[in-house]
Design a protein around this ligand. Structure first.
Ligand code: CAA
Length: 382
């Protein structure tokens, strides 16, 4: 494995960094207050080829692979974590459809997701009583003459209410357990789809998190991704990839917080010297920098394996677990280094601490990642 990024990966990373510096960072504090959804920014990202980075180019994606995607996610999250999660979910939805749907279905939806026409995609799996255990979902798809009618409630849906294209999971055979779940592509504006509530969250204020109700939403037979009964496995496969995205998001948020802490610690003086020269502060920053580096290497390994089409479920779960748990600690250290100034809005670290918290929850909680890792250990996979 070559740790040096390719020219293409560097280009994607530089483009994302430039966009974050130019557009995202200046607007992030105001977006945190207003909660404005970043439609214009997502359309600009689409023009730069950053909305569907790992999606095949023949379907309008950048075709730049998962390593480039991870590097870009880190840069975007360093700029504004709310924008990064909208990109992450859109990329995941576009990739899921591109790699698993019929060519006609993929051609119908993926280019419009990648081009920003549909701003954005949504991944409608979780339900009020089925989050960590999606096999317990209740949303039902009943057969009609020409397709399916879907009814149910979906919870914690990122980009909910904005998504022009959703992948919706529903039970098509209640007697078959997880093998009776299917995945459908649903027009986000289809009759019967409504936003029941928009959640008010601790952080990620510029990201829309909705409870969606689907009431007799009609789709054709051709809206099924893969085949009926394949939905659960498709969700698991997509989440494996999504976990690399969220690990990368956490790394980006933590990097921004650590950079702010180092800048502050080099400037702020107590007891006659810059606080970074006090061993207590230096040690905290050294730990944070080490955790960040380890997280980045773990995310890179998982992304590399995915790109090589090798098994990567275990590595993605480990990267997400380690990166998100440590990103939380890094942001806490960054806040602590700022002292009282860290707790107020004049500095970016209080927002980083709020934004990063959810990375330990969504796309599979840390407890779920441990389940995945432990089950693989049980099977003898390391
Ligand atoms: N890839 C492919 N198939 C997989 C798989 C994987 N990684 N993991 C499991 N499967 C398959 C199994 O092989 C099995 O198939 P067979 O029956 O054909 O053998 C089937 O799926 C069931 O597997 P399990 O018995 O292991 O399933 P389980 O019900 O015990 O659950 C779990 C396993 C890993 C805990 C899973 O439920 C899980 O990942 N839960 C967390 C869900 C989650 O991450 N939700 C996040 C919501 S989306 C989100 O947050 C997006 C956002 O907005 C930011």
């Amino acid at each position: 494995m070559d740790l040096a990024p390719t020219e293409e990966q560097l280009l994607v990373q530089r483009t994302a960094r430039d966009f974050a510096e130019r557009v995202l960072i200046p607007k992030a504090p105001a977006r945190d207050v207003s909660g404005e959804f970043p439609t214009a920014e997502l359309k600009e990202l689409a023009k730069l080829g950053l909305l569907a980075i790992s999606v095949p180019d023949e379907l309008g994606g950048a075709g730049a692979g998962t390593v480039a995607y991870s590097l870009a996610m880190q840069e975007l999250a360093r700029g504004d974590a709310s924008v990064a999660v909208a990109v992450s979910v859109t990329n995941m939805v576009a990739e899921l459809i591109a790699l698993n749907a019929s060519p006609a279905l993929a051609k119908q939806w993926v280019p419009r997701l990648a081009s920003g026409e549909l701003v954005t995609g949504a991944f409608a799996l979780s339900e009020p009583e089925a989050g960590s255990d999606p096999a317990a979902m209740r949303t039902l798809a009943t057969k009609t003459a020409s397709g399916w009618k879907i009814s149910g409630t979906k919870q914690w849906i990122t980009n909910g209410g904005h998504a022009g294209c959703m992948v919706v999971w529903a039970v098509t055979d209640p007697s078959a357990g997880h093998k009776g779940i299917s995945a459908f592509v649903v027009d986000g504006k289809a009759p019967g789809v409504s936003v029941a509530r928009l959640e008010e969250k601790l952080g990620l204020h510029g990201s829309a998190t909705a409870q969606l109700v689907l009431e007799n939403v009609e789709v054709g037979d051709d809206a099924v991704i893969g085949a009926t009964g394949r939905g659960f496995a498709l969700a698991m496969m997509a989440l494996d990839g999504g976990r690399i995205g969220i690990a990368s998001q956490a790394i980006g948020i933590a990097r921004g917080a650590l950079e702010a802490a180092v800048t502050y610690a080099k400037d702020r003086k107590t007891f006659g010297q810059e606080i970074i020269k006090h061993q207590a502060i230096g040690n905290m920053l050294a730990d944070a920098a080490t955790w960040l580096d380890a997280s980045a290497l773990m995310a890179l390994r998982a992304a590399f394996l995915k790109e090589q089409k090798k098994p990567f479920s275990q590595e993605a779960a480990m990267a997400k677990l380690f990166a998100t748990e440590h990103a939380w600690k890094i942001c806490d250290i960054a806040l602590q280094v700022h002292g009282g100034y860290g707790y107020v809005r004049d500095f970016p670290v209080e927002r980083a601490l709020r934004d990063v918290r959810v990375t330990r929850i969504y796309e599979g909680t840390s407890e779920i990642q441990r389940i995945v890792i432990a089950r693989n250990l049980l099977r003898g996979l390391t």
